[in-house]
Design a binder for this molecule. Structure first.
Ligand SMILES: Nc1ncnc2c1ncn2[C@@H]1O[C@H](COP(=O)(O)OP(=O)(O)O)[C@@H](O)[C@H]1O
Ligand SMILES: [Mg+2]
Length: 367
């Protein structure tokens, strides 16, 4: 086959499952041929949830076990994706696998970022070249190792006619700033869906609040909102990145203190926190003409409505109107990054992550 086919895979902060996207890079284009999001098997989900609840990085033993189990799982998911697309592994140039993020602590004396899903195992089990570990090189160059999406958003969405920003509404929300006259910057602004999901799981025993229907029934608690917005992370200037190490249920419990509040009002306030913190970040960065949104949060109708209300002078739209299915932008990012690594293209991360120099991102594993 004369095509250049690469698979991108990841499991994001939400731990909702493994995204796998088959991208055709032939003829200078970037076409998604097939994509799927495979929920985690219950045992792996439980282990990841328990690990998260400890608020600490995994022990060496657990990290090793998870690395191997996730490696085998990612390999199977890649094989199924190719099979469903009516192709064979031999047709695929490479797999770019971000893995499952389990710990990201870029600050302090010992910056560390851990994504699991063993590359050598994926390569062996699929007989395909695999690229993993996209964040470490940037961390070693003094960068945050995140977000990486702005590099890709620039390729996909830059316009010379208007200032744009791209919002990835995953567990964490990250912004890419794309001025019409060129350049790119980006940073994690704070919680996207992660606190909404955590509160819904606790009180509704559901993975997430479908379309934000529950949140839409409550009232914003202004005191709680202000207390949450006073978190120092929101005041920090970029480069900055964050994760569930910071914005988690314990953080929320501390915010709630001992005051009794209706559960539904907390959900409404958390949703408003996401909308307001994004709006504040964007205002500080300079309001764009258009904000394109991708990631699972685009399906939260009430959140999208509150976001548009918080940004009355900005056109807020899904990336789907600009040729990119919002569910598969992040998966495609890792297919693209794998291709960039194989082509030895150095990435200009310094304006985004604060690294001291441009870096080659990713580690190659031959089958
Ligand atoms: N129909 C929906 N209604 C509300 N929220 C949704 C819906 N579909 C997806 N989401 C949200 O999107 C999240 C997954 O988004 P995703 O982009 O995969 O995040 P991550 O990169 O952190 O895994 C879910 O956890 C949920 O919060
Ligand atoms: Mg996800």
């Amino acid at each position: 086959m004369n095509e250049e086919l690469i698979i991108g895979m990841l499991s994001g902060t939400s731990r909702d499952g493994v995204d796998a996207v088959l991208v055709n890079f032939s003829h200078g284009s970037m076409d998604i041929l097939h994509a799927s999001c495979i929920p985690y098997p219950a045992a792996i989900k439980l282990t990841l949830d328990q690990l998260l609840a400890t608020g600490a990085p995994p022990s060496e033993q657990l990290a090793k076990l998870l690395d191997e189990n996730l490696g085998r799982l990612f390999a199977r998911i890649a094989q199924n994706l190719v099979h469903e697309a009516g192709m064979e592994m031999g047709d695929i140039r490479a797999i770019g696998s971000h893995g499952q993020n389990v710990w990201h602590q870029p600050q302090g004396d010992r910056p560390v970022t851990i994504q699991l899903g063993k590359g050598t195992l994926i390569a062996r089990n699929t007989s395909t070249t695999v690229v993993t570990d996209f964040r470490s090189a940037d961390l070693r160059a003094g960068g945050q190792g995140a977000p990486l999406a702005p590099l890709f958003h620039q390729r996909l969405f830059h316009s010379e006619k208007e200032d744009r920003a791209i919002l990835n509404l995953g567990g964490i929300a990250n912004l890419t700033i794309l001025p019409a006259n060129g350049g790119v910057s980006g940073f994690d602004c704070g919680p996207g869906n992660c606190l909404l999901d955590a509160w819904t799981q606790r009180h509704l025993q559901k993975d997430y609040d479908d379309h934000g229907h529950w949140a839409a029934k409550g009232q914003v608690d202004p005191d709680l909102l202000q207390r949450m917005l006073a978190d120092p992370y929101f005041k920090r200037s970029s480069p900055k990145s964050t994760g569930l190490e910071h914005f988690n249920i314990t953080w929320l419990e501390n915010m709630l203190a001992d005051t009794a509040r209706a559960e539904v009002d907390v959900q409404t306030t958390l949703l408003e926190l996401s909308a307001q913190s994004i709006s504040i970040s964007l205002t500080e960065a300079g309001l764009p003409k258009r904000l394109l949104v991708c990631g699972g949060g685009v399906h939260n109708t009430f959140l999208m409505r509150r976001l548009a209300a918080a940004l009355p002078d900005v056109v807020v739209e899904s990336t789907s109107r600009y040729g990119a299915d919002p569910d598969w932008v992040e998966g495609s990012l890792f297919a693209w990054l794998a291709r960039e690594r194989l082509n030895e293209s150095v990435q200009n991360t310094p304006p985004i992550t604060g690294a001291s120099k441009p870096v080659l991102l990713g580690v190659i594993h031959q089958p």
